[in-house]
Design a protein around this ligand. Structure first.
Ligand code: 6PG
Length: 233
């Protein structure tokens, strides 16, 4: 799964740099992407991405210092960032959630050169994971942040630690969204989302790029409850 994701990442980066001279991607947190990031920092892939022309954001961050073991930035730093010279736009986990969300929005507007206040950034690629409750990024079931239609990044205070997450308008404006999902623990929620199209209760099922594509990369365990053969395993 991670090798497939690495190939998609490289292809997305090369397409973006050749067509627009830059590649803007939002990384996922959690543990699943660790093997992908390690692959990208290795000999098979490192030189295939023009990291100097790459801007790295995060889909979400836990509001902890960047040195904290729970930090999504720290996980990426340890597996990939220490090997590349990309333009890093981390969410400042050490700040107050609202301040960090506002700063993230400023970075987005500056990097994407958005002119009007209602403009939405269009990521070349957004990497996402799925929790066993169907959350994605830090968009959790029942959270007020699911209803956000104007802001680009919002604080999520109902979690401990609190989070900052990109909003659905940003996720759904991406050119390409790739979900990375592994493990038996995700099989039920994956089946609900992919086969029953049960988007109501599962935020991950509410990600549907309006002018882009959504790809689900699953390992066999996470795909084990899928019944239809149409899914390419
Ligand atoms: C986070 C992630 C979150 C993650 C899922 C899956 O900050 O935790 O952004 O959305 O992708 O919870 O996490 P695992 O990959 O650890 O299962």
């Amino acid at each position: 799964m991670s090798r497939h994701a690495a190939k998609l990442f490289v292809q997305s980066a090369q397409d973006a740099v050749s067509s627009r001279g830059r590649f803007i991607v939002a990384l996922s947190g959690g543990s699943t992407p660790k093997s992908l990031y390690s692959l990208l920092s290795g000999p098979g892939y490192l030189s295939k991405v023009d990291w100097e022309k790459t801007d790295l954001f995060w889909g979400d961050e836990r509001m902890v210092p960047p040195t904290d073991t729970r930090s999504n930035f720290r996980m990426a730093e340890e597996t990939l960032l220490h090997k590349v010279s990309a333009n890093i736009h981390r969410i400042r986990g050490e700040d107050e959630p609202e301040d960090a969300a506002l700063a993230c929005e400023d970075e987005l507007r500056g990097t994407f050169m958005l002119e009007r206040s209602g403009d939405i950034p269009r990521f070349d690629l957004v990497l996402l994971g799925v929790g066993d409750d169907g959350h994605t990024a830090s968009l959790f079931p029942g959270s007020p942040s699911l209803l956000e239609r104007n802001r680009l990044a919002v604080p999520v205070r109902e979690k401990d630690p609190p989070r900052v997450t990109l909003s659905f308008p940003v996720l759904n404006n991406a050119s390409s969204v790739v979900f990375l999902v592994a493990g038996e623990g995700k099989a039920e929620v994956v089946a609900h989302i992919i086969e029953e199209n049960n988007t109501r209760g599962y935020p991950a099922g509410m990600v549907s790029p309006v002018r882009g594509k959504s790809i689900w990369l699953l390992d066999r365990a996470a795909a084990s409850r899928l019944r239809h053969t149409g899914v390419e395993l």
